[in-house]
Design a protein around this ligand. Sequence first.
Ligand SMILES: [Zn+2]
Ligand SMILES: [Zn+2]
Length: 170
Amino acid sequence: MEANTLMVTLDAIPPEGLELALNLAPEEVAAVATAEGQERPAVTSALTGQLKVKRHGSRRLSLRGSFQVGVVMMCDRCLSEKETELRGEVDELVNLALPGEAAGEDEDDDGALPVSDGRVDLRGLLAEFFWLAWPFRFLCRQDCAGLCPRCGADLNGGPCGCDDMKTTVN
Ligand SMILES: [Zn+2]
Ligand SMILES: [Zn+2]
């Protein structure tokens, strides 16, 4: 699928909605996600999923769907990196900023999607959904032992020998 799949022509959206099959190469996902001023994520597989785009009057679009993509996350306890799958759900109503309209005319229009040449670019929104799906806290495994607060050793590999000077860890 082409990179501009996420450029949607508004007039091409049928009344029942337009079903988009998402299939973005890892490099593109990383580039799109980074464009939001975020750190570049390590993306290990294509982002796939589907997105249904429907018009609500001339000023709104609803987006519904889900996606999954392989990424590398860092464990919050032991700082090791692990390949995992990021899954996201999308259920959003977005305002459209029609050309020629004064920006910020409506307070709710802050996040409005700009329409240019009758088309909207959904890549920025995809980046938003990507980061919304990113867990606040990630553990390489449920019972990850973490790092020793004293010597920094990875306790998943066994005790480090600091036991007699043990401090409380949360
Ligand atoms: Zn861990
Ligand atoms: Zn230690």
